[in-house]
Design a protein around this ligand. Structure first.
Ligand code: ADE
Length: 262
């Protein structure tokens, strides 16, 4: 069973989000165990204060290291950061971290260690938490959140759905976007004609060879247009480059034609 711990000063943030969908199912099936810990319970400050003024001056407050260290010792039953890190993957959420991706989700979903997510307020956490306690620092994107909590939730969701037994159709999880550096193809359902907006004809043809080719073409063209970074990775493989060339040649010729007739 994957054991997940969350360290936060806002435990209530997670109240409803863990009670729906795949995360709820993973908890009910005992595939995952999640515990939320209030950092204020792990401070020796008589007023349960968890932040203080920054050394060197500057605006805002900085979260003190003590609650983070004490909580990790409590969760792992250890007394030193080295021992805690041996027993747990201690993840600090910060915009200064390594960018989260599907490969990291897959790696974390397979870990034998406990997962501990350290959520701080954005203004800052004493750097000794990053340096001496955490095993990795993760950012979910190039934007600033008010705190690590939404980031922890994003990562937990991405990890949990990769655990076999959580999503009914595991094969569909394995085939999704990013597993092959291509975006997923678009989906349509009934009605065939909605307010005059029609489903692409080819999907109604019953010809699965043509449908597969159409879907692959959409994946390649959408990735090329929207995510040049992913496309670059996709064409690293020689056989993918050949496929991409074939589909894109038609696409680029078509868009040239359209430009000329405009
Ligand atoms: N905390 C604040 N912003 C963040 C981000 N983009 N990713 C992870 N943690 C954060």
């Amino acid at each position: 069973m994957l054991e997940i711990h969350i360290a936060t000063i806002f435990p209530e943030f997670f109240n409803s989000s863990l009670r729906v969908g795949n995360i709820k199912r993973s908890l009910e099936k005992n595939l995952v165990h999640i515990e939320i810990h209030n950092l204020r319970d792990f401070t020796s400050d008589p007023h349960k204060k968890v932040d203080d003024k920054p050394y060197g001056g500057g605006s805002g407050m900085v979260m003190t290291p003590e609650p983070f260290f004490k909580l990790c010792f409590h969760i792992t039953g250890t007394e030193t950061p080295e021992d805690a890190r041996n027993l747990a993957e201690i993840i600090l959420l910060t915009p200064r971290g390594k960018l989260f991706d599907q490969a990291t989700a897959e790696e974390l979903s397979k870990t034998k260690k406990k997962l501990i997510f350290l959520c701080g307020r954005y203004e800052g956490i004493d750097e000794r938490v990053a340096e001496y306690l955490s095993t990795r620092q993760i950012s979910i994107g190039d934007y600033v959140l008010s705190g690590g909590e939404p980031a922890a939730l994003v990562i937990i969701d991405a990890i949990v759905r990769l655990i076999p037994g959580v999503v009914g159709d595991y094969e569909s999880v394995e085939k999704e976007s990013f597993s092959e550096n291509l975006l997923e193809y678009p989906q349509y359902t009934r009605p065939e004609n909605f307010m005059g907006y029609k489903v692409p004809k080819i999907l109604l043809s019953g010809n699965h060879r043509l449908i597969d080719a159409y879907r692959l073409e959409r994946r390649i063209i959408d990735t090329y247009n929207r995510r040049p970074d992913l496309f670059e990775k996709f064409i690293q493989k020689k056989e993918n480059l050949d496929i991409a060339r074939r589909f894109l040649r038609n696409f680029l010729l078509d868009s040239e034609k359209n430009d000329q007739t405009r």
